[in-house]
Design a protein around this ligand. Sequence first.
Ligand code: NAD
Length: 498
Amino acid sequence: MSEPQTYKNLIGGEWVASVTGQTFESTNPADTREVVGVFQQSNAEDIDAAVQAAKSAYESWRLTPAPKRGEILFKAAELLRQRKEQAARDMTREMGKVITEARGDVQEAIDMLYFIAGEGRRLYGQTTPSEMPNKFQMSVRVPLGVCGLITPWNFPMAIPSWKILPALILGNTVVIKPAEDAPISTYNFVQCLVDAGLPPGVINIVTGYGPEAGEPLVRHPDVKVVSFTGSTAVGQHITKVAAETMKHVSLEMGGKNGIIVMDDADLDLVVEGVVWGAFGTTGQRCTASSRLIAHRSVADELGRKLAAKAESITIGSGLDEGVTMGPSINADQYKIVCDYVEVGKQEGATVVTGGERLTDGNYQYGFFHQPTIFGDVKASMRIAQEEIFGPVTAIIPVDSLDEAIEVANGVKYGLSSSIYTQDVNQAFRAMRDLDTGIVYVNAPTIGAEIHLPFGGTKATGNGHREGGTQALDVFCEWKSIYVDFSGGLQRAQIDNAE
Ligand code: NAD
């Protein structure tokens, strides 16, 4: 194994060490003997330097024409396309998802670059007629200033791109604190922006742990908006801290996503979808299909078919093209998965397949667990209510569509949901009544495309969306402008009133 690279913070266009003089390592979760990178263990002083750099760069970036900003993003997209394979391999090494999925994660960032680069020539506002003669009015988007971005490890390039790009195209500048388990993908992404000609200080990276490096970004008075993706507990904490300085806060958090399987569903299609939705990214997706709400008449057959398919999953290092499921991200997350599997057994759920950790041979160096399906699960059980973030899913039998929708909505989260049915009437009822930000029909709960809004209801979010043009709303204010060219004073609601 080659010597790991040491990564420095990017502040004001310079690569600099943390003032703490301390670093931390990120290891490969498929083989923890491999250190994939060494990173700065930064603190509030580093964050302050990055925020000051972003603040200094803001005025000139704000006044750069948006189409010119977009041109830099187009160039970055071309660079990332050229670097896609290496970026995907780095991602698999740092966080374990299988290489085909890592390529997809990088592709999502490429798609986002093209999509938002095009926004440089749109950024549409509105014009409306006035109630007065000889008066013109419009509303335009204006940037906020310095944006603080805090990201998780499970989509370590896609999620930073969802935040960085809408912020930049509007004329904001950025400080990003990536997840400590997977910072390299953020570096690879930002390097493309730098090489494409982004001016110094417009983007800054500071690595470190959440409380030491993330929280000072949330507290900093010169940061105007915090965009966070991660756990609901940390998101709630961030909201409270940000309130002290009246920041805008956008949160994307946990999920407990359900697939409804009706008695007329094509079960073979369901099985394909569930295995992808539940075990893709080792179940470490906010949109993972962690509940299967199945009509009682098909639940057992579904369990049998799913077990056969799940048992054919090849587990190992994601760099091996034949592997279809990698490890959990780290020792803490692995313990959470193992503990929940025990909870499920104690709660009286049936283990349809899996249920054991893998520790033999090369598995001993990583965080591997069998894909696990529980049957006979009650909607109130903890494994049916709490986010596990691992390769575990639960079959909950129900008797009707009404009950299925009630169960699907009966959790604290509201990110994604799905229904498999051949009946268009049932599909439309589900589309209307499922209380989630995303609904799929005849597809699992994962598979979002970047040009539609992404986010969830209830404890998943706080009303904002990433993706689509809706993402722009997080990083701007609306300014309404009235131009009176009548040459006289015209009083709205008074001079034109009956
Ligand atoms: P996490 O909340 O532990 O960490 C997320 C980020 O917050 C990290 O960068 C971390 O360093 C930082 N952080 C931690 N404490 C902080 C503090 N006090 N102040 C500021 N920053 C702090 O989450 P994770 O384990 O990295 O990610 C898994 C979670 O993310 C899951 O709950 C998953 O559902 C959620 N997630 C949600 C979405 C979505 O779009 N809804 C997408 C991906 C992941």
